[in-house]
Design a protein around this ligand. Structure first.
Ligand SMILES: [Zn+2]
Ligand SMILES: [Zn+2]
Length: 245
């Protein structure tokens, strides 16, 4: 799992239902982009963490990930303290630039411009299929030359899930330095990296469904206008979306 948003409650229940009757190890791996509340608030409601014999491994670039998760279950915020969780919970601090083998995936991370830093992740399976998860990252359109590390990180990805919270106009004017990116910058990065598919993600919370639809339509048009190589398919993230890689 990438991050622990509010969808984690339903995911936890669903995963337990699916595991019922199978003799499979009950083991969950999390990869945290960062520790802001919208990315960790689902964990107190993640039922598998209360299951005896379950194993939960939380991978993060931040050394203070454990502190953040324990703190949000202190008595002032939540009735069940972290210490009461019955699963075996382990924290792993990962270093950018190093590759890790986690289950059947090779995982790497990269640091991104955001308040208190965030990390993007790259997951690759044995067949070479690659997914990049890059959210809460501010890429600067006027400094795209400096974004070459990110282009390398996304190189040839089958799917890039990217922070496209703002329109370009917002991201270079009123919302500059707020730590998020635009759909335009995401397309530029994906084109340069030769990625095959882009999922617009981390929608602006004040946007209506119609606003998000418009953003999706505009991004497809922009991709067509600026394409010089092969097509980058642009999809729009929503609750419950499944994408086959
Ligand atoms: Zn954030
Ligand atoms: Zn966020």
């Amino acid at each position: 799992m990438c991050d622990m948003g509010s969808g984690l409650r339903e995911f936890g229940l669903d995963t337990l239902r699916r595991l019922a009757g199978y003799q499979r190890p009950k083991e969950w791996h999390f990869f945290l982009s960062h520790l802001h509340w919208d990315h960790i608030m689902g964990f107190p409601f993640f039922t598998p963490a209360s299951v005896e014999g379950a194993k939960v491994i939380i991978h993060a670039g931040h050394v203070d990930a454990e502190e953040a998760l324990r703190r949000q279950q202190e008595r002032i915020s939540f009735p069940v303290p972290f210490e009461w969780l019955k699963a075996d919970i382990e924290f792993c601090t990962l270093t950018p630039g190093t590759e890790y083998q986690v289950g059947e995936l090779t995982v790497g991370l990269i640091d991104q411009a955001h308040s208190h830093v965030s990390y993007g992740y790259r997951f690759r399976d044995a067949q070479g299929s690659t997914v990049v998860y890059s959210t809460d990252a501010e890429y600067k359109i006027d400094k795209m030359g400096q974004e070459s590390a990110m282009v390398d990180f996304m190189a040839g990805a089958d799917l890039v899930i990217a922070d496209t919270m703002y329109s370009l106009a917002d991201s270079v004017s009123i919302k500059e330095d707020w730590g998020h990116s635009s759909n335009i910058v995401a397309v530029d990065l994906c084109h340069e990296a030769g990625a095959k598919r882009l999922a617009l993600f981390h929608h602006e919370p004040t946007y209506s469904d119609a606003d998000i639809q418009r953003m999706h339509d505009e991004t497809i048009r922009y991709e067509e206008l600026t394409r010089s190589g092969s097509e980058l398919e642009v999809i729009c993230s929503h609750d419950g979306l499944c994408v086959e890689i």
